[in-house]
Design a binder for this molecule. Structure first.
Ligand SMILES: [Zn+2]
Length: 239
C-alpha cells in the first residue's frame, strides 16, 4: 500500500498519527455483515444497478447502525470514469467519498470494456469508502488520510464481511510534497475468491475472470471533493 504524505499542520499531523496507529476495527460477532455482503454479490451478478444500490444501502445501514454513525448516501454508477494524466495515459476511478455530503459513489463496470467488475473489487471499494465515512463520523477526523491504520481498518471490515483471512502488507509513504492520495490495494489480492462459484452464471464468471486479470494492477481510487481535503490530497486516489 502507499499512504498519503504526512500533513504539515499540527492538528492534521495529530489526526494522521491517530489514524496511522489505530490498526484495529471492531467487527460484529455475528454474521450480519456477511449476509449483507452476500446480498451485494448476488445483486452484482444480476448486473442491475438498481438492485446493487439497494443491496449497498442495506449493507451500509447495517454497518452504520453497528458503528453508531449516520448512514452515508450511496450511488452505484455504471462505467468507471477515466481521468487523463498530465504525463499521459489515464486512471480509472473505482469509487469516491464526498466528505461534506457523506456520499459514496461506486462504479460497477470497467471503463473501457464496460465489463461488470468482480465482486471482490466492488466490495473492497465500498468498504474503503465506508471507512472514509467512519473517519469522519466515528473518529471525528477533519480529513481522512490513507494511512497504514486506515488500510488495516478497511481490511478488517472487508475480510470480516467476506469471511476471508486478512493479509496486510507494509506501508510505503509518498514522498514529501507528493500530495496525491494514493491507495494501493494489494492487500486485497490474496483474498479474491475462486472465480467459479455456485449460483454465479457462466457469463458473470467469465467477466469476473477477466476482471481478475485486471486486478493484478488493481488500486483503489477515491477522492474527496470538499475543498479543504481536495486541496491537501489532490482531490483523488490515482495510480
Ligand atoms: Zn480512499
Amino acid at each position: 500500500m502507499v499512504t498519503d504524505s504526512i500533513p504539515k499542520s499540527r492538528l492534521l499531523q495529530a489526526e494522521y498519527q491517530k489514524s496511522d496507529v489505530t490498526r484495529d476495527l471492531q467487527v460484529p460477532s455475528d454474521d450480519r455483515f456477511l449476509k449483507a455482503a452476500r446480498s451485494i454479490e448476488e445483486a452484482l451478478a444480476t448486473e442491475e444497478a438498481a438492485l446493487v444500490r439497494e443491496a449497498c444501502i442495506a449493507f451500509l445501514a447495517e454497518a452504520a447502525e453497528y458503528y453508531g454513525v449516520s448512514v452515508p448516501q450511496v450511488r452505484v454508477l455504471r462505467a468507471r470514469p477515466i481521468r487523463a494524466r498530465e504525463s499521459g495515459g489515464g486512471t480509472e476511478l473505482f469509487g469516491d467519498y464526498h466528505f461534506e455530503q457523506k456520499l459514496i459513489r461506486v462504479w460497477m463496470r470497467t471503463a473501457i470494456q464496460k465489463r461488470v467488475t468482480s465482486f471482490g473489487t466492488f466490495f473492497a471499494t465500498l468498504c474503503h469508502e465506508f471507512c472514509h465515512h467512519l473517519d469522519r463520523d466515528r473518529f471525528g477526523f477533519t480529513e481522512t488520510p490513507h494511512t497504514r491504520g486506515f488500510f488495516e481498518r478497511t481490511a478488517a471490515l472487508y475480510h470480516h464481511a467476506r469471511a476471508t483471512p486478512a493479509s496486510v502488507s507494509s506501508g510505503r509513504r509518498q514522498g514529501a510534497g507528493g500530495g496525491g492520495s494514493i491507495g494501493l490495494a494489494r492487500i486485497w489480492e490474496s483474498s479474491m475468491k475462486p472465480l467459479r462459484r455456485p449460483g454465479i452464471g457462466e457469463e458473470t464468471a467469465r467477466l469476473m475472470a477477466a476482471d481478475r486479470l485486471e486486478s493484478a494492477e488493481w488500486v483503489f481510487h477515491c477522492r474527496f471533493p470538499c475543498a479543504a481535503v481536495g486541496r491537501r490530497w489532490g482531490g483523488g486516489c490515482r495510480r
